[in-house]
Design a protein around this ligand. Structure first.
Ligand code: ZN
Length: 348
């Protein structure tokens, strides 16, 4: 392939607020890598932290760094030792780069590798016309999954990994936090056979989006309505069977623990801003199981989510904004407003 020497990229060029559109060198690939021509990317909450240059970002992200890790594109160059891919293959991919030496990796639990590095955070990312990725991380896209959905498989994968942490068939599910991942988790829970799915937030716009994406979900604005009243109205007298905490809010976690049945289960994806007081004795006496969820299982989560998308799972309406990458400022502004769903940038 005749490829250009430089490419457009959205970069954290300076250790201060903002991202900058730059010309960066097109990455050189190694023997085990592929080069992907990026078509569409999703903006993640992580990218907002990096834009804002908060405590986490300034302590974690070196500069210059091309941001972004949610993408869909097409393979345009293949490393010498890579097998099983062809030029032109449409793909998304896992943005967590792992080592293969740890006990967890060697046991096949790649998502638990302690040496994990993230593209767009620790390694050059996907907000660019070209992305270098180990072939191991590539996930081919079937023809019936469009690029804009391919570009949000990373956060959908968070939702799927969280939602499939516990058996949901016939269960009543409480999701705290109606951001895009919480909303997609509600869609997955319904698809996986949950009976009632309730999603809470204090942001009316997000709850409205939740109803729009998942018409059968029960939305509760906990700043206006008592969750107990909703539970009684909906016939959940004993409480929810499974909780998914997506907000990082201590108040939400407390509400969840209160609202769960004895022996209930909680999957935690939301990240509290710092250390957060937890009523552990309540959790012990209710015999609650808690699981922390990080990333996506490689590659079982990817397999399951693509299978579900091919079997009727529809999360397309969670994408509220699609725009050309040159309008990235509008996309970031929409994300920062707290009223958007997923924002997808078009690099073609
Ligand atoms: Zn993300």
């Amino acid at each position: 392939m005749s490829k250009p020497n430089t490419m457009k990229a959205l970069e954290k060029s300076h250790a201060k607020e903002g991202l900058w559109m730059v010309q960066a060198p097109v990455p050189e690939i190694g023997p085990d890598d592929v080069l992907i021509k990026v078509k569409k990317t999703g903006i993640c909450g992580t990218d907002i932290h990096i834009w804002n240059w908060d405590d986490w970002a300034s302590a974690t992200v070196p500069t210059p760094m091309i941001t972004g890790h949610e993408f869909a594109g097409e393979i345009v160059e293949i490393g010498r030792d890579v097998k099983g891919f062809e030029i032109g293959q449409r793909c998304s991919g896992e943005g967590h780069l792992i080592t293969h030496e740890s006990r967890q990796s060697r046991a096949g639990k790649f998502h638990l590798d302690p040496g994990t590095r993230g593209i767009g955070v620790n390694e050059q990312g996907a907000f660019a016309q070209f992305l270098r990725l180990p072939a191991f991380n590539v996930v081919p896209l079937p023809a019936d999954i469009p690029d804009e959905i391919g570009a949000i498989l990373d956060p959908l994968g968070n939702a799927v990994h969280t939602a499939l942490s516990f058996d949901l068939l016939g269960e009543d599910v409480l999701i705290t936090g109606a951001g895009p991942i919480g909303i997609m988790a509600a869609a997955v829970a319904k698809h996986a056979g949950a009976r009632k799915v309730v999603i809470t937030d204090i942001n009316a716009a997000r709850l409205e989006l939740a109803s729009h994406v998942v018409p059968s979900v029960i939305t509760v604005d906990v700043s206006k309505e008592d969750l107990n009243d909703v539970m009684h109205r909906e016939g959940m007298v004993q409480g929810f069977d499974v909780g998914m905490e997506m907000s990082g809010s201590q108040v939400a976690l407390d509400q969840m623990v209160e609202a769960l049945v004895m022996g209930g289960k909680i999957a935690l994806l939301g990240i509290p801003p710092g250390k957060s007081p937890v009523d552990w004795s309540r959790i012990v006496f209710k015999a609650i199981t808690i699981k922390g969820v990080y990333g996506r299982e490689m590659f079982e989560t990817w397999y399951k989510m693509i299978a579900m998308l091919q079997n009727g799972l529809d999360v397309s309406r969670v994408i509220t904004h699609e725009m050309k990458v040159d309008e990235f400022r509008d996309g970031f502004a929409a994300m920062k407003s707290g009223k958007s769903g997923k924002v997808v940038l078009d690099w073609t």
